[in-house]
Ligand binder design. Structure first.
Ligand code: C2E
Ligand code: CA
Ligand code: CA
Length: 567
């Protein structure tokens, strides 16, 4: 090899190394150019690299072929290299010279060897990076994942570009139903196409990532808000390969527009806020998109306080049982009572509306319910021991218990610990919307029945009352919600009066005891009597009472049933 060729080789080689190691990404054009020049320099007509993901793939001939240089002249093999990397990928490289050319000299082979090794190292490092990138930042289905979102947010923050961005977390509505309807495979196509709708609208002005299942998270320039919310509110998407069938997909979402003074301490703050809003959106039938604002900030802080103080409050007996009497309106006698929770905190009584929904968002509510049952049982035991006339006491059980296969045992353990006859306990449960919920509810009620514990459907009439619910589950009591109870303005032919009449009639027909909740006016008692709904609970008779007050009612108290006068 003459000195000029050697000098030229070094020149291209240095350029090559520089192009491969440049910070901010390699320069493919220069790499290709240098390789071609080196080939020309040594009279090479073609270079072929085959990349295999594993030795097995090599055996099966499943490789990816790269041809960095080919001048079209037919060639013979001049040099062949095979490299197995530590991560067991295999790279195979072959250099061809024209058929009639003499064999390469040793010093040329040595230089070529150097260039090939350098390039192969580069390819293999690059492949590894791509692989790591793919598994770290994308999920198995190829959607960008939470790491992608985190990287995107961090980079916005580092470049002081968070202002003007909105983040959102969304969950597809009824997607399990859609999956069932159109099949999983089509469901996947539908998700992909729905995802693509966001991607198209957002393009390079944000990012959409999948958190798993049908949960997604995204960041986008706030100017795109209208377009994004339009997709969240529902768009028809294609779900079959022939592009012909479409299904409507919409989502519930939590949205947070980053304020100008937003302090970014990492992605978890943003995630917390979004999860908080998204959960409200998911559980609130009246709105599917919940944006984070000042009101929410205040309530979020309240939520965090409740969650924070709950364990200590439970341990220190800050939760009190109030008893609201249930009245037999034919006799005016107390027929039972409902145990309702109050939180006595720093000398103030906090109503359940301020903490029950928070506790419902975790399993804390279950702890509280068991605590309430425990106190109720100990009160009943004491009344029995003191020879006081005991009424049946009902305890509310959150739907959160339904998944608990040991629920019945847990309840029985508490009741039996206090040696309370089962007939004194009633469990109030609310209705359900899902099939799974229905099966669980049926199992629980059946179990309670067999143990001789009363069960009642709470809040009947609001939500999704289904006739199956009362036909197929052996309840003892139907508690008609106060929104179903006719009020003074309602005439006998009003829909509320008619529905009330038939619901009571149906319950009686099915052998269920019927109680009206929220009775506030004397004329409502008339309606109850006329319709043979014989039990009532409400402010007209008593509000939920603290223990000592309620105990007075246990001493043969008779309520005056005055049908004329209002409250
Ligand atoms: P709920 O089970 O439907 O309880 C009846 C609610 O209606 C009680 O509210 C009661 O004070 C109120 N009420 C009774 N009579 C009247 C009336 O004449 N007019 C009006 N406007 N309201 C009346 P409270 O005690 O604030 O409880 C609210 C809800 O909190 C309960 O509704 C129940 O869902 C939940 N809750 C209370 N204690 C517990 C508990 O220990 N465990 C569980 N899981 N939930 C509980
Ligand atoms: Ca109740
Ligand atoms: Ca109720």
């Amino acid at each position: 090899m003459n000195t000029h060729t050697l000098e030229l080789f070094h020149e291209y080689y240095e350029k090559l190394v520089d192009a491969m190691t440049r910070t901010g990404g390699f320069d493919a054009d220069t790499i290709r150019y240098c390789l071609a020049e080196i080939c020309k320099l040594f009279g090479i007509c073609k270079g072929v690299t085959v990349y295999y993901n594993s030795p097995l793939h090599e055996k099966q001939g499943k490789g990816e072929v790269l041809i960095p240089y080919d001048n079209g002249i037919e060639g013979k093999v001049a040099l062949h290299k095979r490299i197995v990397n530590p991560n067991v990928t295999v790279i195979d490289c072959t250099v061809y010279i024209p058929v009639d050319a003499p064999d390469l000299e040793d010093d040329v082979i040595a230089k070529l060897d150097l260039a090939i090794r350098t390039v192969l190292m580069f390819i293999s490092r690059n492949r590894l990076q791509t692989f790591v990138e793919r598994t770290t930042f994308y999920d198995n289905s190829g959607y960008p994942n939470l790491n992608s979102f985190t990287r995107y947010m961090n980079s916005l923050s580092e470049n002081n570009r968070l202002t003007g961005y909105t983040v959102a977390r969304f969950n597809l509505r009824h997607f399990s139903l859609i999956n069932r309807e159109i099949g999983r495979m089509c469901g996947d196509i539908a998700i992909q196409n729905y995802f693509n709708c966001f991607k198209t609208v957002i393009a390079d002005k944000g990012i959409v990532c999948r958190l798993g299942g049908d949960n997604f998270i995204m960041a986008f320039e706030t100017s795109l808000m209208d377009d994004v919310t339009a997709i969240l509110e529902g768009v028809p998407v294609v779900y079959d390969i022939n592009d012909s069938k479409r299904v409507m997909i919409n989502a519930t979402a939590g949205i947070f527009t980053l304020p100008d003074d937003f302090k970014y301490n990492g992605v978890s703050d943003v995630m917390d806020t979004l999860l908080y809003c998204a959960n409200i959106a998911r559980n609130d039938d009246s709105r599917s998109i919940v944006s984070f604002d000042n009101d929410l900030l205040i309530s979020k802080e309240k939520v965090m306080q409740v969650q924070h103080y709950f364990p200590k409050a439970l341990k220190e007996h800050e939760f009190l049982v109030y008893y609201q009497p249930k009245i037999d309106i034919e006799t005016g006698k107390l027929s039972g009572a409902e145990a309702l929770c109050r939180w006595q905190k720093d000398g103030r009584i906090i109503p359940p509306s301020e903490f029950i929904p928070v506790l419902e968002s975790s399993n804390d509510i279950c702890k509280l319910d068991f605590y309430m049952l425990d106190i109720v049982c100990s009160d009943i035991r004491r009344w029995l021991d003191e020879g006081i006339n005991v009424a049946r006491i009902s305890v509310n059980l959150s739907r959160k218990h339904m998944m608990d296969v040991d629920l019945l045992n847990h309840i029985l353990r508490i009741i039996d610990k206090h040696n309370v006859p089962h007939k004194y306990i009633e469990i109030e449960l609310t209705e359900t919307t899902t099939d799974v919920g229905f099966t669980d509810l049926k199992r629980v009620v059946n179990g309670l029945q067999q143990a001789g514990i009363y069960t009642s459907v709470d809040d009947f009439g609001i939500g999704y009352s289904s006739l199956n619910l009362i036909r197929e589950i052996p309840w003892n009591v139907l508690k008609i919600d106060k929104s179903f109870l006719p009020v003074e303005e309602d005439s006998e032919s009003s829909s509320r009066s008619i529905m009330f009449k038939y619901v009571v009639a149906m319950a009686r027909e099915l052998g269920l005891e019927c109680i009206a909740e929220g009775v506030e006016y004397a004329n409502q008692v008339d309606v109850l009597i006329k319709n043979q709904c014989l039990f009532a609970q409400g402010y007209l008779f008593d509000k939920p009472l603290p223990l000592e007050e309620f105990e007075k009612r246990l001493h043969n108290h008779i309520y005056k049933i005055d049908r004329k006068k209002d409250k």
